[in-house]
Design a protein around this ligand. Structure first.
Ligand SMILES: O=C(O)CCC(=O)C(=O)O
Length: 277
């Protein structure tokens, strides 16, 4: 069994895996420069609205990000995991300033009406690319392994993901910021990538250091061609900005989630149904 086979097993079983050191040092350095520049031009109101994340800035704000989305080591890692033809959907610069609060528990899946959401298959995955070494002290990721497949108390107790009061971290005594049963920390080195299912419950510790902690989250559909038609119809219509696509056609065309059929787009549903047990 290869290392990739083991990681793929972990992804299917636990809902995540760690891809160590796949972003080269020089690339991490360039990404730090780009993200610092983009973060610096945001208005104060942005950071007040997104205090729990730190920032939530679309990667499409800077053309360099097209090179990250189509970065060969990322595509090679996905292929190694058994996803030779991934499609890309969206991405965000999520940067926790020094001394900032934790991120609340949530899951990001949108297709809970489709039976595929109750199988180990990864419909949509995040690739979280950390630009500094990240530990519990400066805001590493927290996950509940297996929660993409198994109901957890939080599924019923949490309000909608990214609810405004949670995003502003108005009250960090809220259940969504507390320790959760079965949670694990995922400390990483700069240049590591955490890959996980959009259905997985996740959160992040607060940043108690005096340095910014930046993560770039890219969202892919690793096995787009084999998704149910209604999901493909939905994704082709919504996620991918045609303008961004046109500007970076050479890099992004192979990653565009295209759908030519006539199925109706699936209804969006962010809440798991009773089939999640
Ligand atoms: O910044 C992180 O470590 C996690 C970000 C995240 O999960 C989110 O914003 O949905």
């Amino acid at each position: 069994m290869t290392d990739y086979d083991r990681k793929r097993q972990q992804l299917d079983r636990d809902g995540f895996c760690l891809l160590e050191g796949i972003i080269a040092e020089g690339m991490v350095e360039q990404l730090r420069e780009v993200t610092d520049r983009v973060i610096a031009r945001q208005e104060a109101a942005h950071f007040a609205r997104q205090r729990a994340q730190g920032s939530l800035i679309r990667v499409t704000e800077d053309p360099f990000m097209a090179r990250l989305i189509a970065y060969p080591p990322i595509l090679e890692a996905l292929a190694g995991l058994g996803f030779p033809d991934p499609k890309w959907g969206s991405g965000f610069i999520i940067s926790k300033p020094a001394g900032s609060p934790p991120l609340f528990w949530h899951q990001d899946a949108r297709f809970w009406d489709d039976p595929i959401s109750y199988t180990p298959r990864t419909i949509q995955c995040f690739l979280m690319i950390y630009l500094v070494d990240t530990t519990r002290h400066n805001g590493c990721l927290r996950l509940i392994p297996g929660s993409h497949l198994k109901r957890h108390r939080l599924h019923d107790a949490l309000p909608d993901a990214h609810e405004e009061a949670l995003s502003r971290a108005d009250d960090i005594r809220h259940l969504a910021f507390q320790r959760a049963e079965g949670e694990v920390d995922v400390p990483v080195r700069a240049g590591d990538v955490v890959m996980g299912s959009a259905r997985l419950l996740h959160a992040a510790h607060g940043n108690r250091s005096d340095q910014r902690r930046t993560n770039i989250t890219l969202w892919y559909y690793p096995d787009f061609a084999n998704l149910p038609e209604g999901i493909r119809a939905y994704l082709a219509d919504t996620d991918f900005s045609p303008e961004w696509q046109a500007q970076h056609r050479d890099l992004l065309e192979p990653l565009r989630p295209a759908y030519e059929g006539d199925a109706a787009p699936i209804r969006l549903n962010r809440k798991p149904g009773p089939a999640l047990r």
